[in-house]
Design a protein around this ligand. Structure first.
Ligand SMILES: [Zn+2]
Length: 392
């Protein structure tokens, strides 16, 4: 007697909007754990027979995820999203930021655009990917702590080509309105601490005013900024490297000569610019100030700490990643952005990267962040074409 055909009944697959709603409901502000979101993705992929590999953070409160669909033994193509979001504090939202809310063709929620929209599209495409005879693997990559200097993905990248496959091409799905981005600037973050000497404000000659010296350093930063604008690359907006001070704190009371002043500053460098140019210029200027400060207070100091950097991204000429994204979107030109992403880190690790994803960067990080239904549909079409390209 022939064996009866086994019926596989599968619950209806969740829609991309249902997946986005679930992802937005996890508060994955960078300061929070992303484990609930990661567990959700692990369970979803497991339901489709796909195993996940996690790379936990040192304290175990966060993790990166790497999962492969399709044949092993080939490098394959990665689809990469960060799981974390920027805070909602101080922003006025028309609806709860962690409840995806539809209004007039737009889906509002923290991370809807940057970049849970792309992750939802990737997850919603998993049934399509698994239904195909893929000629090479698709890797799903989910990182943490992207919004605080692209720090979270680094331990995962260190595993690529070792105990995890190194994707040949990686599509970073940051919001580009499905445009093809082939370059972005570099980010270097610094904190300068000026230490002078306290004194009664009626006897300022006995002190070294840290705030006044910090002000001189900041003026020098503005002068350096002016010289940066002479080296231009018209592919970027603005077309030159930039530097600016973002925070300042110092002093204890109006009647005390302040001993300490701290300020943070950032350089956004063109890919071809020397990243050491600005700190070296500032250091030379600081030396001249220190000579004056130490005449009064020999222990005075000016210390600049390099707090971190995000490498620039510049796709190689003829990059297969850029060609793939252009073919999938039908774009006949590429552009650049001024924000930083994980793409430069992937390129440094030997993967060819390109940035292409749903949503407009203008909505990212803002109150009432949204992605349009049309952008999600465009991304789903992009991923369907991607599946076709990779199918036997
Ligand atoms: Zn982002």
């Amino acid at each position: 007697m022939p064996e009866p055909k086994r019926e596989v009944t599968r619950a209806a697959e969740p829609s991309v909007q249902a997946l986005l709603k679930a992802l937005v409901a996890f508060d994955t502000t960078s300061a929070e754990s992303n484990m609930k979101l990661i567990e959700f993705v692990v369970a979803y992929l497991d339901g489709h027979g796909i195993a996940s590999t996690l790379t936990p953070s040192q304290d175990g409160t966060k993790a990166n995820l790497f999962a492969t669909i399709g044949p092993g033994g080939k490098s394959g193509i990665g689809l990469s999203a960060h799981s974390d979001c920027v805070p909602v504090e101080g922003q006025t939202w028309a609806s709860d930021p962690f409840t995806l809310t539809a209004r007039g063709g737009k889906l509002y929620g923290r991370g809807a655009c940057d970049m849970k929209g792309f992750l939802a599209c990737v997850l919603a495409s998993v049934p399509l990917f698994t239904s195909r005879q893929l000629t090479e693997p698709v890797h799903i990559i989910v990182s943490y702590d992207e919004e605080v200097g692209c720090t979270g993905v680094r331990p995962l990248i260190a595993r690529l080509g070792h105990d995890l496959p190194r994707p040949r091409v990686i599509i970073v799905g940051e919001p580009t309105s499905i445009g093809v981005i082939e370059a972005h600037k570099r980010i270097d973050a610094y904190r300068t601490t000026v230490t002078g000497r306290e004194a009664h404000s009626s006897l300022p000659q006995l002190g070294v005013n840290a705030i006044s010296y910090a002000a001189e350093l900041i003026e020098e930063i503005d002068r350096i900024s002016a010289t940066l604008s002479t080296a231009t690359n018209d592919r970027f907006d603005p077309p030159s490297s930039t530097v600016q001070v973002g925070t300042i704190e110092g002093g204890k009371a109006p009647n005390i000569v302040p001993k300490t002043c701290r300020f943070q500053w950032q350089v956004r460098g063109l890919p071809e610019a020397d990243p050491d140019f600005v700190p070296k210029r500032l250091e030379a200027f600081a030396e001249s100030l220190l000579a004056r400060m130490r005449r009064v207070a020999p222990a005075a100091s000016i210390d600049t700490l390099h707090q971190g950097s995000v490498p620039a991204f510049l796709a190689k000429p003829g990059s297969e990643a850029v060609a793939l994204a252009m073919a999938l979107t039908g774009a006949n030109s590429t552009s650049t952005v001024s924000y930083g992403t994980e793409a430069g880190l992937f390129e440094e690790a030997g993967c060819l990267a390109v940035i292409c994803g749903p949503g407009d960067i203008a909505q990212a990080h803002a109150a009432d962040e949204f992605v349009t239904v049309a952008q999600l549909e465009a991304c789903m079409a992009f991923l369907a074409k991607f599946a076709d390209t990779l199918s036997a």
